[in-house]
Design a protein around this ligand. Structure first.
Ligand code: BGC
Length: 358
């Protein structure tokens, strides 16, 4: 039967938090091959062809679950409840002050000590059609988990097609809370992390970015990118300005900033960034409904992590393009709201689209 020829294969990936977790292998032969685990919603491997048709892995990660359990800079993971930073791990909501973990110097990062990247997600559906394959993942976060108010029920759909990775996020809460979900894959289009990402060309369709303080919290200013190293409105090699003499580059140790496309979320998914690597011929577009995108140039990778296939991840061997609402929004009333109330549905979508040219 034609349909089952490339059926999704589920294998045991070990145990986490006292639960067994699985690895799902999804393939469109010679087009896109991916592996995903329900631990942290982690994309562990994503292969696409180069200009000679050679399938190679374009994301960083570990060979085994143990790597993700030990310590990981969020390789491939689903991030929640709040992607990016909240200043001093504190915010006020409806007259109450909430205290979150300060797991990034004095700030809160990526949902806390045990964020959505470190929990076991329930696989509520496996989609296995000819050109649409993937998983529907569900996690119910208890009221007060990691300090956040409200029981939050999150459903994330990961759908793969022969040339894309499409993510749909939905969440509902039992009490007013804040939510900002994202995906934290580290990309390196050279394939199998064979070199740093400085030779990748990047376009970001945003005319504004958020300057930060030296702890990477936005100052509140929306600054034009024009005439700064942050101008990616036309394709530019990442290496061109990554070490520019610039206070903001200094704070980030390179690019680790949020670009703002619109000052409000949109109902439309639209292209916001394009990444390409000339030598391999691989390109990737990022489309999203979110108002902003964090571009992190892998500055904190320092050669202490050995990832898949014995590859050492040196500085800037991977980059993240994390679609999201603006960092620290719970403390910055002028930013688009990240508040979710009981009875409302948080709903957003992002897709990464791959192509190859000569
Ligand atoms: C942040 C970086 C951080 C990394 C986690 C990114 O989203 O912007 O500052 O180091 O995640 O490892």
């Amino acid at each position: 039967n034609m349909k089952n020829e490339n059926a999704i294969i589920k294998t045991d990936f070990g145990n986490a938090n006292g639960k067994s977790v699985d690895l799902y292998s999804i393939q469109f032969p010679n087009e896109l091959e991916v592996q995903v685990t329900n631990y942290g919603g982690i994309v562990t491997s994503l292969k696409v062809p180069d200009k000679n048709g050679v399938m190679e892995d374009v994301v960083l990660g570990y060979d085994e679950l143990q790597g993700y359990l030990n310590e990981t800079p969020y390789f491939g993971a689903l991030i929640g409840r709040y992607g990016n930073r909240i200043a001093k791990g504190q915010f006020e909501l409806e007259g109450e002050t909430y205290d979150l973990a300060t797991n990034n110097n004095q700030n809160h990062l990526h949902g806390g000590i045990k964020g959505f990247d470190k929990v076991v997600w329930e696989v509520i559906e496996v989609v296995d059609e000819e050109n649409r394959k993937g998983l529907s993942l569900k996690y119910v976060s208890a009221d007060g988990e990691e300090g956040y108010p409200g029981e939050l029920t999150t459903i994330v759909d990961y759908i793969f097609t022969p040339n894309s990775f499409e993510i749909t996020y939905e969440a509902t809460t039992s009490k007013t809370t804040v939510v900002n979900l994202t995906q934290h894959s580290y990309f390196n289009l050279s394939g199998n992390a064979s070199e740093d990402i400085l030779g990748h060309e990047l376009t970001i369709n945003a005319s504004l970015f958020l300057p930060v303080d030296n702890t990477l919290i936005p100052t509140g200013e929306l600054r034009p990118v024009r005439d700064t190293p942050f101008d990616f409105t036309n394709p530019k090699l990442i290496g061109e300005d990554v070490n520019a003499t610039n206070e903001q580059i200094g704070f980030g140790g390179g690019f680790d900033h949020c670009w703002v496309m619109t000052e409000a979320p949109t109902a439309q998914i639209r292209k916001v960034a394009t990444l390409s690597h000339q030598q391999s011929g691989r390109s990737m577009e990022v489309h999203t409904k979110e108002p902003a995108i964090q571009f992190y140039s892998g500055n904190f990778l320092d050669g202490t992590i050995t990832g898949k296939n014995e590859k050492v991840y040196h500085q800037r061997y991977g980059l993240c393009l994390e679609t999201q609402h603006l960092p620290d929004s719970p403390n910055q009333g002028q930013f688009p709201s990240t508040v979710l109330k009981k009875g409302e549905t948080y709903s957003t979508a992002t897709k990464y689209v791959f192509s190859t040219s000569n």
